[in-house]
Design a protein around this ligand. Structure first.
Ligand code: XUL
Ligand code: CO
Length: 433
């Protein structure tokens, strides 16, 4: 116990009439939503990365947060873990996530990093056993240290590739040891700044070999979780190879990995790629590679990755609508890869950020479930595509341009445009959120 959160009591569900500052008004873990407990539909995870490791800097100023666990040794790493598990107890969310660099001190070489990671892994294992908090995913930070400034798997220096491979092996071992449900790879610096110094084709081949080795190692150690790649179009590098869902899928297909790797889709990254979050989810589901989500949005005006906690029920409702339509989460879940505003200094701010986000997601999930139960969007789709249920339309898909052209002439096919009814559908959605 660090006592960091002092007298903040575990947050409870109080319903919409609840007047507590730190209370759930929509997130009731036991409420049944489409046949499953809400907790099991949403599968919330708290991310170590922003909630405990982020110092509160921006491009114009450094650290604003003054956490007692900021310090680069094992004693501070354990204190950080104590505070993290204290927050997990207050929130009662089922999962957490971490990067290796968030949880152990930065060693002088790989051996020191490994020792720190192994030590904290055992410390986590003890705490997880007592508290019941589980690991949604583990990952390696292959982007913060200066050795990775020109990439990890795509670095022109093979020694960086080797260091990164050893690091990922150690993080997969830790994730496996802790019963992680997934292992994530976000290629923070797998991309380039200028083609003047970049062999793009070689870098893509190296990245694919790296990912294939990850898949091979998963099978070798008997890790049953899902390997997830996280798309992001730019930031930190100008051109990132994992641009969006479509790009990642093309990459996986090209290298024969589409049956082994799924995607962790982040709302803010979808915005950066010029897509809506639900587009990315629906596309991944349609391609059979939907895995998990990072539910943190960007500021729509600032145009960069602000990693805000979600605060718009309408947006998250459409995301969960597509997740539920795709059958819900399997090994994935809802991770808050989100940071506070840098002025939010009080321990209660960190609790409030998660409470609000969990409630926004719960509200969105309930709205999505209600839309599914009502069936209005399904009915509208069925009507819009009704023509394709005609056997002649189906037969056309198996024919050829010659025969289609002949039929258009013979039957004088002359289609009349029909309304897309977008406003009416938007109004329909707003009735549920
Ligand atoms: C960075 C980001 C990462 C990944 C894991 O934009 O989203 O935190 O989620 O490395
Ligand atoms: Co993320």
């Amino acid at each position: 116990m660090t006592g960091y959160f002092q007298d903040i009591a575990p947050v409870t569900y109080q319903g919409e009439a609840g007047d507590g500052d730190l209370a759930f008004r929509h997130y009731d873990p036991d409420e049944i939503v489409l046949g499953k407990r809400m907790e099991d539909q949403l599968r919330f995870a708290v991310a170590y990365w922003h909630s405990f490791a982020w110092p509160g800097g921006d491009p114009f100023g450094g650290q604003t947060f003054d956490r007692p666990w900021f310090g680069d040794d094992m004693a501070h790493a354990r204190m950080k873990a104590d505070a993290a598990f204290e927050l997990f107890r207050i929130l009662g969310q089922p999962f957490f996530c971490f990067h290796d660099a968030d949880v152990r001190p930065e060693g002088r070489n790989f051996a020191e990093n490994l020792r720190g990671l192994e030590e904290i892994t055992e410390y986590f294992a003890g705490k997880m056993e007592v508290t019941g908090t589980r690991l949604l995913w583990g990952t390696a930070n292959l982007f913060s240290h200066r050795r990775y400034m020109a990439g990890a798997a795509t670095n022109p220096d093979p020694e960086v590739f080797a260091f990164a491979a050893a690091t990922v092996k150690s993080c997969m071992d830790a994730t496996h040891r802790l019963g992680g449900q997934n292992y994530v790879l976000w290629g923070g610096r797998e991309g380039y700044e200028t083609l003047l110094n970049t062999d793009l084709g070689a870098e893509l081949d190296h990245m694919a070999r790296f990912l294939s080795m990850v898949v091979d190692y998963k099978h070798k150690i008997g890790f049953k979780g899902t390997i997830l790649v996280e798309p992001k179009p730019q930031e930190p590098t100008k051109h990132q190879y994992d641009f969006d869902v479509a790009t990642c899928y093309g990459f996986l297909r090209r290298y024969g990995l589409e049956g082994e790797v799924k995607l962790n889709i982040e709302q803010g990254h979808a915005f950066l790629a010029g897509h809506s979050f639900e587009h990315e989810i629906a596309l991944a589901a349609a391609l059979g590679v939907f895995g998990s989500i990072d539910m943190n949005r960007n500021d729509l005006q600032s145009g960069w990755d602000t990693d805000q906690f979600p605060n718009n029920p309408g947006e998250v409702a459409l995301a969960y609508y597509h997740i539920l339509k795709a059958g819900g989460f399997d090994t994935g879940g809802t991770n808050f890869d989100a940071r506070l505003r840098r002025q939010s200094l009080e321990p209660a701010d960190l609790v409030a950020a998660h409470v609000g986000a969990m409630d926004v997601c719960a509200r969105g999930l309930k709205a999505a479930a209600a839309m599914i139960e009502d069936g209005g969007l399904d009915a509208a789709l069925a009507e819009r595509y009704a023509g394709w249920r005609d056997p002649r339309a189906q037969a056309m898909l198996g024919s050829d341009l010659d025969s289609i052209a002949r039929r258009v002439l013979e039957e004088d096919i002359n289609p009349a445009p029909r309304s897309g009814r977008q406003e009416r559908l938007e109004n329909y959605v707003n009735r549920f959120v």
